[in-house]
Design a protein around this ligand. Structure first.
Ligand SMILES: *[C@@H]1O[C@H](CO)[C@@H](O)[C@H](O)[C@H]1NC(C)=O
Ligand SMILES: *[C@@H]1O[C@H](CO)[C@@H](O)[C@H](O)[C@H]1NC(C)=O
Ligand SMILES: *[C@@H]1O[C@H](CO)[C@@H](O)[C@H](O)[C@H]1NC(C)=O
Ligand SMILES: *[C@@H]1O[C@H](CO)[C@@H](O)[C@H](O)[C@H]1NC(C)=O
Length: 202
């Protein structure tokens, strides 16, 4: 009996050890932290996304986003200018911690970018759907946070989901609250993103 107990204990230890090694393999030894309350995210940050839309004329050097579709027949039936339903915009936008858009040197890669797309999905007016990654590439952080969801543009603030992450944001989840912070006509907007993560590996 004694021997049996000892050997079960040994195999249990082996199982636990293998399990721990397995966890370390998948998360670089980091441990999962899940917030117990919506008031206490495990990580939070505010970032500003600068979308400089190609105006079709003279800003190709500065533009960081462009419509990738022609107006659909349905959209032109509704509005002659065909601005809305079905327009898909692809972007690779600079993201900053402060509000100011830094004057980029030629060939200078911003330390944080937002790469993805939005498309307009309402016939009568602007309403969008977002899918993008925030890509971090600096000594402060490397990795991605991946976001998606409906951008209900008539709401002052709207929440989209943080569905995952990589690198320093390994397997994260949370909520990003978006708010239009500034805009210039149809060629520039700045979006404030309050990102709260409720699942972190630290
Ligand atoms: C670019 O073109 C627009 C009109 O399409 C004009 O209003 C603007 O001043 C031009 N900007 C520059 C820098 O030439
Ligand atoms: C491009 O950006 C620079 C720096 O912000 C600005 O001085 C210039 O007027 C912009 N050019 C266009 C065409 O918008
Ligand atoms: C498109 O046309 C509609 C109807 O004339 C107008 O309300 C809307 O502001 C126009 N959109 C743009 C971006 O000019
Ligand atoms: C990340 O930054 C380094 C150093 O500035 C650069 O060499 C590299 O190309 C960047 N990677 C990406 C994906 O932007």
């Amino acid at each position: 009996m004694q021997g049996l107990a000892a050997s079960s204990m040994l195999s249990l230890t082996v199982v636990v050890a293998v399990f721990l090694i397995g966890m370390a393999d998948h998360s670089d030894g980091r441990r999962r932290v899940i917030s117990s309350s919506s008031n206490e995210p495990c990580k939070e940050m505010t970032l500003y996304l600068h979308d400089i839309l190609y105006n079709g004329a003279n800003n190709s050097a500065n533009a960081t986003s462009a419509a990738a579709t022609k107006p659909t027949a349905l959209s032109t039936t509704h509005w002659k200018n065909g601005t809305f339903f079905g327009t898909l915009v692809v972007f690779n936008d600079p993201v900053t911690v402060g509000k100011a858009l830094p004057v980029a040197e030629a060939g200078d890669e911003p330390a944080i970018r937002a790469q993805g797309f939005y498309f307009y999905d309402k016939k009568e007016s602007y309403n969008a759907w977002f899918g993008f990654s925030i890509v971090f590439n600096s000594t402060a952080a490397t990795g991605t946070i991946n976001l998606m969801g409906a951008d209900l543009m008539y709401e002052v603030t709207r929440d989209i989901s943080v569905v995952g992450g990589t690198g320093d944001f390994f397997m994260t989840r949370g909520i990003a609250t978006l708010r239009l912070d500034a805009y210039e006509g149809t060629v520039y907007f700045r979006l404030q993103m309050d990102i709260k993560l409720y699942e972190c590996y630290i």
